[in-house]
Design a binder for this molecule. Structure first.
Ligand code: PBG
Length: 324
């Protein structure tokens, strides 16, 4: 035999030498759930090991993560039902706990890269990412104004990256415009470009209590059956001024990550979503999988598919392992 591929697998030294993809802590953005109040920490039942944290405890968590080499965080608010309404009014209220906390976090850790989420669902009494009319339709253009106000309020706290996760048409342009008009031209946009209507968001909606009260998200989030449509979304977002293009979820959409990477010069992000986290955790708890190995293999596969940036609830655990 002239060719024996096994020769390049015969020792750790050689295996590492020929390794094509290397996962590093620098690849990660760690999503965090923010609670109102002080000194409270509530585990998400469907996401073992993931906690909703009040600002004081989140500051400690960020400090620990920075020491591990995680430099970027995506922060989502857990909004009490009493603050929710049809227009997501609290999303642009600078006195609201989310915006106050972002300011505090940036002031304490200016070196940390802080990303925020733009969509109506955490603040919406309908649990939708846009305004819902009396017939249950999600209104696109009317929603854009709400999103622009929200993005501007978030930018004013000093954060680094805005993450529109709403999937309304035209939102990147509207957000870019409002940021530029208000001297926030250095605030980046990581657009959820190919965001699919996925069952894998279930645990996240538990964490935020943000599940739609009626209807589903299929009129704005993408159909899991479609791959080439992701190119349309990505092209629009790039033209409208996005700095990063995101695919979400990650594991069931590795082909889409690959496709966007091959077709775009912008950095590609992938969101390893809540359900992808919970599946591995649940199987590991039952002793059906080696959780650490399954975690590292799935993160590696996301990077191998073409992701430059990985948003993952595994970020801290993986960073600890990578440090060893
Ligand atoms: C909504 C939003 C969702 C996630 C991030 N932003 C859920 C949804 O669209 O219903 C899901 C993240 C995850 O599952 O980890 N704007």
């Amino acid at each position: 035999m002239l060719r024996r591929p096994r020769r390049n697998r015969k020792s750790i030294a050689i295996r590492e030498m020929v390794e094509e993809t290397t996962l590093t802590t620098k690849d990660f953005i760690f999503p965090l759930f923010l609670l109102e109040g002080k000194n409270k920490k509530i585990e998400v039942d469907s996401m073992p090991g993931i906690f909703r944290l009040t600002t004081d405890l989140m500051l400690k968590e960020i400090e620990e993560c920075l020491k591990l080499g995680i430099k970027a965080f995506d922060i989502f608010p857990v909004v009490d039902e009493k603050y929710k309404d049809k227009m997501a009014t609290q999303s642009a209220n600078e006195k609201f706990f989310y915006l106050k906390a972002l300011k505090e976090i940036k002031a304490q850790f200016p070196e940390a890269c802080i990303m925020t989420d733009v969509a109506m669902d955490p603040y919406s009494s309908d649990g939708h990412d846009g305004i819902v009319d009396e017939n249950g339709n999600i209104l696109n253009d009317e929603t854009l104004e709400v999103l622009a106000d929200m993005a501007l309020a978030q930018a004013a706290t000093g954060i680094d990256i805005i993450g529109p996760s709403d999937m309304m048409d035209g939102r990147v342009e509207v957000i870019r415009d409002v940021l530029d008009d208000n001297n926030f031209e250095n605030v980046s946009i990581m657009s959820y470009s190919a965001k699919y209507a996925s069952a894998f968001y279930g645990p996240f909606r538990d964490a935020l209590d943000s599940a739609p009260k009626s209807g589903d998200k299929k009129t704005y989030q993408m159909n899991p059956a479609n791959k080439h449509e992701a190119l349309i979304e990505a092209e629009l977002d790039a033209d409208e001024g996005a700095d990063f293009l995101m695919v979400k979820p990650a594991l069931a959409y590795l082909d889409v990550i690959h496709l966007l990477k091959e077709n775009h010069e912008l950095p590609i992000a992938a969101y390893n979503v809540s359900g992808e986290y919970s599946m591995i955790k649940a199987a590991a708890q039952k002793g059906w999988l080696n959780g650490e190995l399954a975690m590292m293999e799935s993160l590696l596969s996301i990077k191998r598919a073409g992701a430059d940036v990985i948003l993952s609830y595994f970020a801290k655990e993986a960073a600890l392992l990578l440090k060893k």
